[in-house]
Write a protein that binds this ligand. Structure first.
Ligand SMILES: *Cc1c(COP(=O)(O)O)cnc(C)c1O
Length: 464
């Protein structure tokens, strides 16, 4: 057998690592297996479906073609596989310590993406995005980042391919997470607090509210504006778009093989959802098997109660950014002007959800649950004490979801196999853990009237 297992004292496999020759050769495109395609993105001016040419100022053509592809398998370029080999295939673990602590009848497995250089799943797409831009002769990439995971991942990928990277970082995180900023700079990226005075979008926000904490929607507006007005510069997005979800499917493709090796198949899959990419990356290959007549799996998206797009948002056409420069996409949204209250999972603060994930929710192929941050940190700390890995605050939502499912199994007397995505480690998020331990984390819910006002402002699309 090419792959190896690390055995515990009891000779029970705990960690399953595939040999590097098992690194996937293609990504999986769920569009090929869906009964219906999601509604198309619309041009913000004409309200007609956007064509490849509309997106050309922002993305290289290879990525645009992936965005609209109906092919089931898309080959991973060899230079990208060479870089993936630095940390892939990632390990899959049986959470025996956690199972024991819970006294559950469930079996719990997790796929760990924190072994990447940037500490999360984000390099899975940062690397191919930098590669395709390099191939297209692009000199500079601009992007936004919330907690800094995406900014550091793209800075890492840019360094490998010799592309300059500029990152607009949501101001509240820029101030709260100086180490993420330092990591971006170590990789050679340039990081600016958003809203900034560098763009029309930023100046406009600051004129209205000089103390603005920023949001992902604002930072996206700034980055898109810079890319649209500079010919040698393109834009990169770390989540939400079809091509990003596509690149993340290496997670689930590896997990399918690892679960087979563990002689188990998941009944329940849990992932946390900000824009939906790590969740989709793990779940879509399994859902694809189901759509092709294979085993049925229950799939749960775990989101923060303070920014609950899937559980409380409306499924409607909306802008991806605050200044309304992006195409309109149909998704579960809280409205592009929605400002979530402060909470620590910076990667889960986006107002919308990936159109593909939203579409699957509408088709009844996935479910969603929302959790408060104290409940998530409680789960994360239990996980650290039983499994040793300190999860990212975002990943704590998936841990919470898996634990809830395991507790439910015990109550019901069932013994499901649960697989969840541990999408990153929390080593740059220690302030959040300190606040949690000090009892300083507040479970602030979003303000219903602010949410109503934000939803009221959704663009009116006649065809809906
Ligand atoms: C960015 C990020 C997320 C949220 O993004 P998705 O596209 O929903 O995966 C979640 N967890 C971590 C660790 C992140 O860095």
């Amino acid at each position: 057998m090419a792959a190896h297992e690390i055995l515990t004292a009891a000779s029970q496999p705990r960690k399953i690592v595939l040999g590097e020759e098992r690194l996937p050769k293609s990504w999986y495109n769920i569009a090929a297996d869906l009964p219906a395609m999601p509604p198309p993105p619309l041009h913000p001016g004409t309200l007609q479906p956007v064509g490849p040419d509309d997106l050309a100022p922002l993305f290289p053509m290879e990525l645009i073609m992936q965005e609209v592809s109906g092919e089931r398998e898309i080959a991973i370029p060899e230079p990208v596989r060479d870089i993936y080999r630095m940390w892939r295939p990632t390990p899959l673990y049986r959470a025996r310590g956690l199972e024991k602590a819970l006294g559950t009848t469930a079996k719990i497995y997790y796929k760990y993406e924190g072994v990447s250089p940037a500490g999360s799943h984000k390099p899975n797409t940062a690397v191919p995005q930098a590669f395709y831009n390099k191939e297209a002769g692009v000199k500079k990439l601009v992007t936004e980042t919330g907690a800094g995971q995406w900014g550091s991942s793209l800075s890492f990928a840019g360094a490998l391919f010799g592309i300059d990277v500029k990152v607009y970082m949501v101001k509240v995180s820029y101030n709260q997470k100086p180490y993420r900023r330092a990591l971006m700079e170590a990789y050679g990226g340039k990081c600016v607090a958003s809203p900034s005075l560098e763009t029309n979008a930023g100046r406009h926000i600051l004129a209205a509210n000089p103390d603005s904490n920023g949001s992902l929607g604002i930072a996206i507006s700034e980055a898109v504006e810079v890319a649209a007005s500079n010919p040698d510069t393109k834009y990169a997005l770390g989540s939400v778009l079809n091509h990003v979800l596509l690149h993340q499917t290496v997670i689930g493709i590896e997990a399918i093989e690892q679960m087979q090796q563990a002689d188990a198949a998941p009944d329940i899959i849990v992932g946390c959802t900000g824009g939906g990419s790590n969740f989709a990356g793990l779940a879509f290959p399994f859902i694809g098997q189901q759509l092709r007549g294979g085993r049925k799996v229950r799939v749960i998206a775990a989101e923060p109660a303070a920014c609950p797009s899937l559980t409380r948002g409306r499924y409607a056409y909306d802008f991806g950014d605050t200044s309304h420069m992006t195409p309109l996409v149909k998704m579960h949204t809280l409205g592009s002007t929605f400002m979530p209250p402060g909470f620590h999972a910076g990667g889960l603060r986006y107002h919308g959800m990936a159109p593909l994930v939203s579409h699957l929710k509408e088709l009844g192929l996935i479910e969603a649950e929302a959790y408060t941050q104290n409940a998530c940190f409680e789960a994360g700390v239990l996980f650290a004490r039983t499994e040793g890995i300190l999860p990212a605050p975002e990943a704590n939502h998936a841990v919470r979801g898996a634990i809830n499912a395991a507790i439910k199994a015990k109550e019901d007397g069932t013994s499901p196999v649960i697989l969840f995505g541990l999408c990153g480690h929390g080593h740059f998020d220690m302030q959040a853990y300190m606040d949690y331990q000090a009892g300083k984390l507040e479970d602030r819910m979003y303000d219903q009237s602010a949410l109503d006002a934000s939803l009221e402002g959704l663009p009116k699309i006649a065809a809906e």
